[in-house]
Design a protein around this ligand. Structure first.
Ligand code: ATP
Length: 636
């Protein structure tokens, strides 16, 4: 894996120091993606070779026609008919083959692109949460969109034309040598030099291409961040539109400049090649003329015409081949970016001997045994760097010791059906601890167990099935209410869905929507209120019917009606399940079988509400501050 600048996904810092030998590896991986299509690739190759070989026959026919007709030739009419018929038929055959071949190469190209996109998407689906917290959405979108699309043209057009051009050049050069090796040497003498310069130009192109794709990703990321609903809301409410425009303008201009650079790299060089090819027929006439005047009988007028015709056949494919090399280097840079993501380790994966939990027989006991956990160094360093910067800005002493957040010595048990409430100051580690149960992160030491089985020994899919999570922020897909609910259980009947919605106190409200259960909600759909969305989320988890529930109660205050509906819904949701709740409601902590008080990543107090109040510690203080005042408001 390549990690740049301490975080995933490259970011704006370009890394142009390519690892030695990585080009070969990239190539091997690319070939791997083409392997499934080798049958069709074989047909394409044969088609190209056949049409190219046919193509070289025509200029040679010119020689025979002229040698037949010119003074001194046999002047045979039958031979002329044959020669001219061939000159008509062969190009027709070549064109037909060309159409078939371009269809096939498009199919293969698109299939490979499809495979690449799918491989990326699938790989990312199994990446740990950590990756997504550290990588910008726009950056990810850019790799799946821009980068894969970027290689598309190279794969569909360039790869096929490379072979075709190579074969054209090879057959043409062979024909030229057969006609006259001295003239061939004259017209091709400069080639090695051209090839070398092309190679150099290609390398620079690859570097600039990497920068261009990074800049493209940056533009995507800025757009994604600033033109999303939350982004634009922030920008409007802080009056930051102009600053956003400025940021976008800078990056957009950088992208434009890079693209100009990319287009212009080696332009002078290709102009030079073009000029050389335009001039070289004159040189051929000169040399051939000198030879003929000098009495060389091997050089005929037919040979000279055929030779210059062949030579003109070279110009286009040669120019393209040199250009293709440059384009391929650009495409390799894109492949590198794609493979960089594909190589990221998934970290949290199924153990080889992972087992399935049987939801029917699961008791639902959750236990933490001496658990410790810290966020990865990169993220922690960022936090510490932020702290240092803040300290410096406020004139406080800059912290010298790195003391990032960590969970330590967490031990507790939630017996089947119990409600365990986690409370504590903000940032104490409540959310983080709940993340360890469904393995959104893995513990550093100790273990998290369900019914005595370490979660790391359970298949992730099975783990996902027995744990339900209701988060503070409800995410609904841009789809109908029905499909959003079905997400939890694709085979749920309408009756089951309505039952769950009733239990979550949202059924009536759904019926009032313009199209009832078929109303499109979510990102750009019908806007449900925060409380309504939460109830849909609760109905969704009810449908899933997990044995274990993780509940991150919303902190946002709701009006009393809404609050009452949510409480009803939650009460039904918790029934018969083991619940670990990050509690912000008095009703929840009062009902809890066990309250765990978190402070700086540790459990500092534990007990029931009454016990903890008697203890007069942190809990009692928090209770006074947070809950007692709002006692009536939350209806307890
Ligand atoms: P709150 O009640 O405010 O939600 P919490 O008790 O749930 O707080 P956590 O969200 O678990 O606290 O956060 C604990 C600490 O971990 C915080 O100091 C936070 O900065 C840090 N933290 C959270 N997520 C990450 C992350 N992805 N990478 C690095 N550090 C993180």
């Amino acid at each position: 894996m390549t990690r740049r600048g301490g975080h995933w996904g490259g970011g704006p810092e370009p890394d142009l120091r390519r690892r030695p030998g990585s080009g070969g590896r990239t190539l091997r991986r690319i070939i791997g993606f083409f392997r499934p299509y080798r049958g069709r690739l074989g047909i394409i190759a044969v088609a190209i070779l056949v049409s190219v070989s046919i193509g070289v026959v025509n200029p040679i026919l010119i020689k025979f026609v002229l040698d037949n007709l010119l003074p001194g030739g046999p002047r045979d009419l039958g031979l002329l008919y044959l020669q001219v018929s061939l000159m008509v038929v062969l190009p027709v055959i070549t064109s037909l083959i060309g159409v078939g071949q371009s269809y096939l190469s498009n199919v293969v190209g698109q299939r490979v692109m499809d495979d690449l996109r799918l491989a990326l998407y699938t790989h990312l689906q199994w990446m740990p949460l950590r990756f997504f917290t550290e990588t910008r959405t726009g950056e990810i979108q850019s790799r799946i969109g821009n980068d894969v699309n970027g290689v598309q043209s190279v794969v569909t057009d360039t790869a096929a034309s490379l072979l075709s051009n190579f074969a054209t050049v090879a057959t043409t050069v062979i024909a030229m040598v057969i006609i006259d090796w001295r003239l061939t040497l004259l017209s091709l003498g400069m080639l090695p030099l051209f090839a070398y310069i092309t190679y150099r130009v290609g390398k620079v192109r690859r570097q600039v291409s990497t920068l261009t794709q990074q800049s493209l990703a940056e533009v995507s990321a800025i757009t994604e961040e600033s033109l999303s609903v939350s982004g634009i809301l922030l920008s409007k409410t802080f009056g930051q539109q102009q600053a956003s425009v400025e940021r976008f303008r800078k990056e957009s201009r950088r992208l434009g400049d890079l693209q100009i650079r990319q287009q212009m790299i080696g332009r002078w060089f290709f102009a030079l090649i073009g000029t050389f090819f335009s001039i070289s027929p004159a040189l051929v006439y000169l040399l051939a003329g000198v030879l003929i005047i000098g009495g060389d009988t091997n050089v005929s007028i037919g040979s000279i015409v055929a030779f210059t015709t062949l030579q003109s056949r070279l110009f286009f494919p040669m120019g393209q081949m040199l250009n293709v090399q440059v384009e391929i280097q650009g495409a390799l840079a894109l492949f590198d970016r794609i493979f960089e993501y594909l190589e990221l380790p998934q970290e949290i994966t199924d153990a080889p001997d992972a087992i399935d939990l049987d939801p029917a027989r699961l008791r639902g006991e959750v236990s933490f045994d001496d658990v410790s956990f810290h966020y990865p160094v990169a993220a922690a360093q960022l936090a510490v760097a932020g702290e240092a910067a803040e300290a410096e800005a406020t004139g406080r002493a800059v912290p010298t010791t790195v003391r990032p957040f960590a969970l330590a010595d967490l031990s507790f048990e939630a017996l089947p059906g119990q409600l365990v409430a986690l409370v504590g100051p903000s940032g104490a580690g409540k959310t983080t601890s709940t993340y360890l149960i469904p393995r959104l992160y893995d513990v550093d030491a100790g273990s998290v167990e369900i019914d005595g089985i370490d979660v790391r020994r359970v298949r992730l899919e099975s783990l996902g099935r027995v744990i339900g999570i209701v988060t503070q922020e409800t995410y609904l897909f841009h789809n109908t209410v029905l499909e959003n609910l079905r997400y939890a259980r694709p085979d749920a009947t309408m009756q089951q869905i309505e039952e769950a919605s009733r239990a979550a106190a949202i059924h009536e409200r759904i019926l009032e929507l313009p199209d009832g259960y078929d109303t499109v909600v979510g990102e750009r759909g019908y806007k449900l209120s925060g409380g309504e969305k939460q109830r849909v989320a609760i109905a969704r988890v009810l449908l899933k019917d997990p044995r274990i529930l993780i509940l991150d109660e919303a902190t946002s205050a709701l009006d009393t009606v809404s609050e009452r509906l949510i409480q009803q819904a939650l009460a039904r949701l918790m029934e018969g399940r083991t619940t670990i709740a990050i509690a912000h409601r008095l009703s929840t902590i009062l009902r809890a079988d066990l309250i765990l008080v978190f402070e700086r990543g540790r459990i500092v107090e534990r007990g029931t509400h009454a016990e903890l109040l008697r203890h007069e510690g942190l809990y009692a203080r928090l209770y006074q501050e947070q809950f007692a005042a709002g006692r009536e408001a939350v209806g307890a």
